[in-house]
Design a protein around this ligand. Structure first.
Ligand SMILES: [Zn+2]
Length: 179
């Protein structure tokens, strides 16, 4: 396995940064690129805006599907696919530390926990996106990886117990044959 170095990628200039500066950088994550805090971000802080072309949902049906379409409400969707939309690099987590807040046809990503420097910034993409794009490949978020690790450990323990039982049984059979 190759060691994955976190490589700095310059954030495009026209990003949706809020509060005057950029408390994050784009870097290598488990699943490609991700967004990482470079300084402490207090719970409740707006981190970045999810920007892109504002389309009616009807217009959306007419363009090729892409995973960065973010439905704002029953009428509007933001097409966040341009690379200038830094927020598109924020990965999904089933237990994210941020959350999109939708208001006035704008999407802003807000910290819902205190985030430490070096932490990856993530939010829950929601059920529809999860089922369409993430579930088929297996979710790589910390929570799901921990869950799978636990399941594997339990399966290993159950196997070991089964093996022990079998060995005991064989030993008993061997012993009874000796008599
Ligand atoms: Zn997950």
């Amino acid at each position: 396995m190759s060691a994955r170095k976190s490589r700095k990628v310059r954030a495009p200039k026209a990003n949706g940064k809020l509060n005057g500066h950029c408390p994050f950088r784009i870097g290598r994550s488990r699943t490609g690129l991700g967004v990482f805090a470079t300084e402490p971000i207090r719970k409740g802080t707006f981190i970045v805006e999810y920007t892109g072309r504002l389309l009616t949902n009807k217009q959306c049906d007419e363009i090729p599907d892409n995973r960065y379409l973010f439905e704002v409400n029953a009428r509007w969707t933001i097409d966040g696919s341009p690379r200038t939309n830094v927020a598109r690099y924020i990965n999904h987590s089933c237990r994210g530390n941020a959350d999109p807040v939708i208001r006035d046809r704008r999407i802003r990503i807000k910290a819902i926990r205190n985030i430490e420097p070096g932490d990856e910034i993530t939010y829950d993409y929601g059920k529809d996106h999860f089922n369409a794009y993430i579930k088929p490949h297996g979710c790589q978020c910390d929570k799901c990886r921990a869950k799978r690790r636990k399941a594997r450990a339990e399966a290993r323990a159950a196997n070991a117990r089964r093996k022990k039982r079998l060995e005991r049984k064989l030993a008993q059979q061997a012993a009874s044959r000796m008599h």
